[in-house]
Design a protein around this ligand. Structure first.
Ligand code: SAM
Length: 334
């Protein structure tokens, strides 16, 4: 049985990240990093935020050790510094993810009464969360891609040598193509997303990383787009489960968009065959997210069903597990 102390610790863990979220999305950790020790009045002047709210936030951030306090001035603690979105090892994704989870849990609780599944728009209901969605995913997955997935799959160095086009469908803020093009100097990139804010952020971030010439983004629907030339790689990262119902026609069309020897590269959470595995810490988040995906009209997929759908479209599938995630390649025959 969970002890009362353990339950309190869990509840305070959520509160701590809720307080961190408020600091992340209002630029408070970043402002205190620029300013050094600061009074509430000085912080209010720097950030143009309300001093009454800031006083309460500073007290709470001090209580949860995100801030240190001397007299009436506050400064970042070591943990608070790590909440800055600009920090190379930033932990802000945990704060954004926790508040997003609370929002989605509240929506699922109400929607369960009717069975309604309103779709992806539920993710966009909170104006403070929405702009951070792309950055959260980048913080969660970019390093795994650069440090584990690219080195483990020879396909990436192979297509670099072909100097062709890499496409990312449902590209979010475009981090995947940015990371890929830094490692593969021979490639050009094209990202597509249905959400204008993502395309705006992706374009800006590609320019900021010096990739503006080789990397472009466009707003569009995965089901209706035209590539300017056949692609060597078509990636879908955490996007396939959004369009799974139409996989048959989609994969058949994408097979035609690939150059011979090119591949469709699908990266998804790997829903386990044996649901006992969901108890393991690495899988618990997936079980929670599968409920919030239901709100959006989606569900997570088992690696073998992805591979079977690729094979049905004439592609040669191979399954590559990475912890609780999976990359499934579907290669067009050379
Ligand atoms: C979970 S996010 C993943 C984003 C990105 N691939 C990443 O890994 O950070 C799914 C993305 O797919 C996009 N998406 C979903 N359905 C789409 C569709 N039919 N056409 C274009 N984009 C779509 C969403 O806008 C969202 O950015």
């Amino acid at each position: 049985m969970i002890s009362a102390e353990e339950l309190r610790a869990r509840s305070q863990g959520a509160m701590s990240l809720h307080i961190a979220f408020i600091g992340v999305v209002n630029g408070l950790f970043s402002a205190l990093h620029r300013m050094g020790p600061a009074s509430v009045a000085a912080l209010a002047q720097e950030t143009h935020l309300d001093a009454g709210y800031l006083q309460r936030w500073c007290d709470a951030a001090y209580a949860f050790s995100w801030l240190e306090k001397e007299g009436e001035t506050y400064r970042l603690s070591e943990d608070g510094d790590l909440m800055r979105p600009e920090h190379p090892q930033s932990r802000m994704a945990a704060a954004v993810g926790t508040v997003l989870s609370a929002h989605m849990a509240e929506r699922a609780a109400g929607l369960m009464r009717t069975g309604e599944r309103p779709g992806e728009k539920v993710l966009a209901e909170r104006e403070t969360i929405l702009p951070w969605f792309g950055a959260m995913l980048e913080h969660n997955f970019r390093r795994t891609f650069e440090e584990k997935i690219v080195p483990a799959l020879p396909f990436f160095s192979e297509i670099n040598a072909r100097q062709g086009l890499a496409v990312d469908l449902g590209c979010g803020n475009g981090w995947y193509l940015r990371a890929l093009l830094h490692q593969c100097a021979g490639l050009r990139g094209l990202g597509l997303d249905g959400f204008a804010e993502n395309v705006r952020q992706a374009t800006e971030l590609a320019k900021a990383e010096g990739l503006g010439e080789r990397l472009h983004f466009a707003e569009g629907d995965i089901h209706h787009f035209q590539l300017p030339e056949p692609a060597d790689l078509i990636a879908m990262n955490r996007a396939l489960h959004h369009v799974w119902e139409e996989r048959g026609t989609l994969f058949t069309r994408l097979e035609q968009e690939l150059r011979p020897g090119g591949a469709l590269v699908i990266w998804e959470p790997a829903w386990p065959d044996d649901t006992q595995v969901l108890r393991e810490p690495a899988y618990r988040g997936m079980a929670f997210q599968n409920l919030t995906e239901h709100v959006q009209g989606n569900h997570f997929l088992r690696p073998q069903e992805i591979a079977d759908a690729l094979a049905a479209a004439g592609l040669e599938p191979s399954i590559h597990p990475f912890g609780s995630d999976v990359v499934v390649l579907g290669r067009r025959r050379a």
